[in-house]
Design a protein around this ligand. Structure first.
Ligand code: FAD
Ligand code: 2HG
Ligand code: ZN
Length: 479
């Protein structure tokens, strides 16, 4: 479907002309001004193939100065732009809605420095998350975040979506781990906030405005980030539970019994497992029987190989004795561990293989978190497959609803019900993926009108012509 079905084009934006192209070529060089149809088609289409824009131009800046010149020019010409990283976003935020100019950060992919005494990495925004993690691993550190899209997503995209992911339970949010940013504002002003201090209370901490602002307030060009030490021993258990209450109790126990080594607590229902095993090559259920309703992945990371392993084994044994866990297995080597992770991280990839998928990324109180999956499943009956999984340790459910094709009838059964339900339970309609285009008009389910008004004032202060990522994050009606 065209992204344009989600919004009305704002007539105050200009359309591209040949002197614009000439100008961009003069600052970026011919090969970084892309008008090739195939490359544009890829950059216009989101990861799910759900949102498609019709941009005629993709720019690939190599330096902060180039980003600054592009934005200065676009702002004075009123050309709307979409900042783009790895284009793995799941809410339609990273692709144009109409013919906005795409500014992709892939060519700004240099590591600037690693302070090994304090564990602080400084790099350009276009660095791919997995490359950063590989580099750090060789230096004895790790990235404080990890996610299934690591092979394509960029640190600038991670910062701009405030990505959560698989290590959040251990290392927390990017609001805690990002120490500094360099950002270019809509008018081309370069904001140097690239500090590397853990503590700095000299007034308003403006970098936080850009963490999670989804390209609507500025373009992130450089990042400094706190990187934890790489610890020696990692262990991973794949467990089955018969009911949701057991998963919940298992989380409670894991926090007590594995506290200081716990590094991930992920959960999947049987529909999620069936989906992955049915659609991705070479994977099978690690457990001998497959009649369980829920599965949990528990990872521990510590510095004492034998002690850490014994601890997880004892936890597993104890959880089986008191019947919280029905069956379970601990990965015996790195290859088995990566297979377990592949099952969890492969759910998104498998979820787009059936045809259409409606994705919801909810924060909910853990006690209530699975109720919405069951209610939704009852509401929809046979017309859809309802799948629940996510970062249980963080109270973050991923609700995926799979159907053969997108239909207004099905959508009307899902929305606004899912948002009303979430709001009624004081949850958030986006735990980690952001609002993007999909949920710009739904922000009021999670934020008061006073808060939304202040957000709109900040947006207008920083980007008075609204050239940055239009139609995303905030409803058009408040701008
Ligand atoms: P893009 O998709 O290119 O952009 C995302 C948003 O950020 C857009 O609004 C864009 O305009 C803006 N943006 C990108 N770069 C910049 C920049 N330099 N400056 C300003 N704005 C910018 N998300 C999670 O939180 N947790 C997960 O566990 C997780 N797992 C995923 C697994 C898979 C398989 C996939 C496909 C996605 C997953 N996501 C997850 C969603 C997504 O990958 C993340 O949100 C990721 O952080 C996006 O990074 P990106 O570089 O691809 O950004
Ligand atoms: C995950 O945790 C991601 O796997 C993606 O956040 C969730 O695809 C989804 O709905
Ligand atoms: Zn997630």
């Amino acid at each position: 479907s065209s992204a344009a079905t989600y919004a009305q084009r704002n007539p105050s934006y200009s359309t591209l002309n040949s002197s614009d192209i000439t100008y961009f070529r003069s600052i970026l060089g011919d090969k970084n001004v892309v008008q090739d149809e195939d490359r544009l088609s890829a950059a216009n289409t989101d990861w799910m193939r759900k949102y498609k824009g019709s941009s005629q131009l993709l720019l690939l800046p190599k330096t902060t100065e180039e980003v600054s010149k592009i934005l200065f020019y676009c702002n004075s010409r009123r050309l709307a732009v979409v900042p783009q990283g790895g284009n793995t976003g799941l809410v339609g935020g990273s692709v144009p809605v109409f013919n906005e100019v795409i500014i992709n950060m892939a060519s700004m992919d240099k590591i600037i420095s690693l302070d090994k005494v304090n564990g602080i990495l400084t790099c350009e925004a276009g660095c791919i998350l997995e490359n950063l993690n590989n580099y750090l691993t060789s230096e004895g550190f790790i990235m404080p975040l990890d996610l299934g899209a690591k092979g394509s997503c960029q640190i600038g995209g991670n910062v701009s979506t405030n990505a959560g992911g698989l290590r959040f339970i251990r290392y927390g949010s990017l609001h805690g781990n990002i120490l500094g940013l360099e950002v270019v504002l809509a008018n081309g002003t370069v904001l140097d906030m690239l500090g590397t201090l853990r503590k700095d209370n000299t007034g308003y901490d403006l970098k936080h405005l850009f963490i999670g602002s989804e390209g609507s307030l500025g373009i992130v060009t450089k990042v400094s980030i706190l990187t934890p030490a790489k610890l020696l021993s990692t262990n991973l258990a794949f467990l089955a539970c018969n009911d949701y209450l057991s998963c919940q109790k298992l989380l409670f126990e894991a926090k007590r019994e594995l506290g200081e080594v716990l590094s991930a607590f992920e959960f999947m229902d049987s529909h999620a497992i069936d989906l992955v095993l049915g659609h991705l090559e070479g994977l099978r259920n690690p457990l001998p029987t497959s009649s369980y309703k829920f599965y949990v992945l528990i990872e521990t990371t510590g510095s004492d190989e034998s002690y850490d392993k014994a601890k997880l084994e004892a936890f597993l044994l104890h959880s089986m004795e008191c019947a919280l866990v029905s069956d379970g297995v601990i990965a015996q080597d790195i290859s088995q561990a990566s297979t377990f992770w592949r099952i969890r991280e492969g759910i998104s990839e498998a979820s787009v293989k059936l045809g259409a998928v409606y994705k919801y990324d909810l924060s909910l109180p853990v006690e209530k978190l699975y109720d919405i999956v069951e209610e939704m499943s009852q509401r929809l009956g046979d017309v859809a497959k309802v799948v629940g999984y996510g970062h249980l340790g963080d109270g973050n459910l991923h609700l995926n609803i799979l159907t053969a094709e997108y239909s207004d009838d099905i959508l009307a059964k899902i929305e606004p019900f899912v948002y009303e339900w979430t709001s009624m339970h004081r949850g958030s309609i986006s735990a980690e993926h952001g609002l993007g285009l999909m949920k710009a008009d739904k922000i009021h389910y999670s934020k008061s009108s006073e808060t939304v008004q202040l957000m709109a004032s900040i947006k207008k202060l920083l980007d008075p012509n609204c050239i940055l990522n239009p139609y995303k994050v905030l409803p058009q009606s408040v701008l």
